[in-house]
Design a protein around this ligand. Sequence first.
Ligand SMILES: N[C@@H](CCC(=O)N[C@@H](CS)C(=O)NCC(=O)O)C(=O)O
Length: 199
Amino acid sequence: MPSLPLLYSFRRCPYAIRARMAIAISGVALELLEVDLKAKPERMLQLSPKATVPVLELPDGRVLDESMDIMLWSFRQCDPLGMLDDFSEDSKALVKRNDTEFKQSLDRYKYPERYPEFPALHYRAEGEIFLRDLDDRLGHGAYLFGNKPGVADLALMPFVRQFAQVDRSWFNVSPYSALRAWLDKWIASDLFVSVMKKP
Ligand SMILES: N[C@@H](CCC(=O)N[C@@H](CS)C(=O)NCC(=O)O)C(=O)O
């Protein structure tokens, strides 16, 4: 068992990015292991046979293999920005929608050749339903739930970024100006830049 918590991660994975952002905010010391998704470490597969990243192995033997659990664990260790103060049912529901409905549209929009039933623009339009809701929220405050960053902002940002990156020139002229400002602020943040450093 490791003497420090050990995070099995993959730099570009949006689930791993949200976990690394939470860990960075909490300031918890841990070791990071960059995983080759085509050759996952045997130890990681033993700890978590579902074989997805991120996986957190704790010194007491516990294993967390869901990104949201890793985020919540981090903030329970130390929560200097009060991220857990207002992690409401609404916030949880938005993360759930991101991880199900929006993630599905994102995958299909990104890899339309794998889903030939419809053209890419069909999947983009599906994803835009979620983007529009986020943009509406951000019309009322700088963050998804008011004027303070919360768990939902961190949890959703890597996925919205991936969606925007599929065709950035479209996103740049899309009607979602509040969402664009929110995303660009996160992308430029020291927090995001620090967790995206090449290992
Ligand atoms: N529900 C999981 C999903 C994690 C996930 O699907 N991660 C992807 C990478 S972004 C993965 O490891 N996929 C398996 C693979 O690519 O082999 C979580 O929130 O941690």
